[in-house]
Design a protein around this ligand. Structure first.
Ligand code: ACO
Length: 393
């Protein structure tokens, strides 16, 4: 829609790349994606091997440190994170300020910077010890903040962390109380690992952009949470469930709904489909789809799973999707698993934020150490009014 040569004549020699479709903002050694072949690797390790073998904290260490952790390093991280899961005295009171029913993603985005106020020794961006401290605090405290956001959103009292439990077990305990089902914890751990990092996506780029101004990790991660909340990004996982519910409540058939999508009626999209980089099946979606089957089949037939599979089956055969290379992304099936675990829809993107935390931190830290780093400051192509005189009275 732009006449590039006319705009360049007016504004000089800049590159116009709306949405950064073709512009790399950095060099990175963390995550590799080949979108055409559906390949995803963390630090060289294929995502399917990661999902099969690594715990979430191992993945966090791998992403942040660059190598798989030794047992000693894993123990160190596990302890630091368990310690940080206990919130600093007084912070809890901030939750009183939020109305019951507040969206937990908004609460989370409000309390992460508040957490930083208690850690003045973790705010320097020049001091490695401060950065390590902020890293452990964020990894450890965010699941607590997330669980408390949920408890607040439903008007229930908090359940304190239990440092004797594993990372994911502790989170589930703070969410729902009672004994934690190990199969649920293992499945959630695997889903967190799948979300660990995804190179320069919208939220990671946001974290880097804010970090490029030498803003501390708490501020930078908060901005990433905001970016993740959008339905075109991490918010898609809840949008998928809302879409399935809407199809069910309107009584539309899968075919009716797909016609609306293809005719772009009211801008309706098949949420959980499409990706800027993947032009074939998102390898994470393939793993999640398999897990969805094994987790949901325990409970017998699930109507929403059947509906989702019907939509996918149609899409994969339909010219509209085939020509545009639209395949399920990681968000298409995750919501069904989260729902079966007892999470309400408005918590799905919070779960994504917990999983993505190591990636955001790793991206921020990599940039922070990059000798070639520069403040992020895009140019623009100005298309507004030319000079004109202000009307005099
Ligand atoms: N349903 C229907 N049509 C779609 C969809 C979809 N889910 N996704 C893309 N399209 C269409 C667009 O309308 C466009 O059609 P056109 O050529 O007729 O104009 C074409 O496919 C290309 O799409 P773009 O929007 O230009 O692709 P872009 O790379 O900018 O956007 C995005 C990628 C945001 C993921 C998009 O596919 C989308 O909105 N998907 C639904 C939301 C979603 O699932 N987001 C999660 C992404 S993964 C993640 O963040 C974890």
């Amino acid at each position: 829609g732009y006449d590039i040569s006319a705009l360049m004549k007016e504004t000089g020699n800049v590159t116009l790349d709306v949405g950064f479709v073709n512009t790399a903002s950095c060099k990175s050694a963390i995550t590799y994606i080949d979108g055409d072949q559906g390949i995803l690797r963390y630090r060289g390790y294929p995502i399917d091997q990661i999902a099969e073998n690594a715990s979430f904290l191992e993945v966090a260490a791998l992403l942040i440190d660059g190598e798989l952790p030794s047992q000693a390093r894993l123990d160190e991280i596990t302890q630091a994170v368990a310690k940080a899961s206990v919130l600093p005295e007084g912070l809890e009171k901030i939750f009183d300020a939020f109305p019951t029913g507040a969206h937990p993603m908004l609460i989370l985005a409000s309390v992460v910077p508040a957490l930083g106020t208690y850690y003045a020794d973790a705010l320097s961006v020049k001091d490695d010890a401060a950065i390590d401290k902020a890293t452990a605090v964020l990894l450890g405290a965010v699941p607590t903040l997330a669980a408390y956001s949920y408890r607040k959103s439903i008007g229930e009292s908090f359940i304190a962390p239990d440092a004797s439990l594993g990372y994911v077990e502790n989170f589930l305990h703070m969410m729902f109380g009672g004994d934690v089902d190990q199969a649920t914890a293992d499945a959630l751990d695997m889903l967190f690992t799948l979300h660990g990092d995804h190179e320069q996506n919208c939220s990671a780029s946001t974290v880097r952009m804010v970090g490029s101004a030498e803003a501390d990790l708490f501020q930078s991660i908060t901005a990433g949470i905001g970016a993740l909340s959008g339905p075109l990004h991490g918010g898609a996982n809840s949008a998928v469930l809302e879409m399935l519910e809407k199809i069910q409540s309107t009584g539309d058939s899968a075919e009716d709904f797909m016609d609306k999508v293809k005719n772009k009626v009211d801008g309706v999209k098949l949420m959980g489909f499409g990706h800027r980089v993947y032009k074939s099946y998102d390898p994470r979606a393939a793993i999640v789809k398999k897990a969805t089957h094994s987790i949901l089949e325990k409970n017998g037939k699930d109507e929403q799973l059947e509906l989702a599979m019907g939509l996918e089956e149609r899409a994969l055969k339909d010219d509209y999707f085939v020509q545009r290379k639209l395949y399920p992304n990681v968000d298409f099936y995750t919501g069904l698993i989260y729902k079966s675990m007892g999470f309400p829809t408005n918590m799905f993107t919070v779960l994504f934020a917990i999983g993505r935390m190591p990636g955001w931190i790793a991206q921020w830290r990599e940039q922070n150490k990059d000798a070639a780093k520069k403040i992020g400051r895009p140019r623009q192509v100005y298309v507004g009014a030319t000079e004109r005189d202000y009307p005099t009275k």
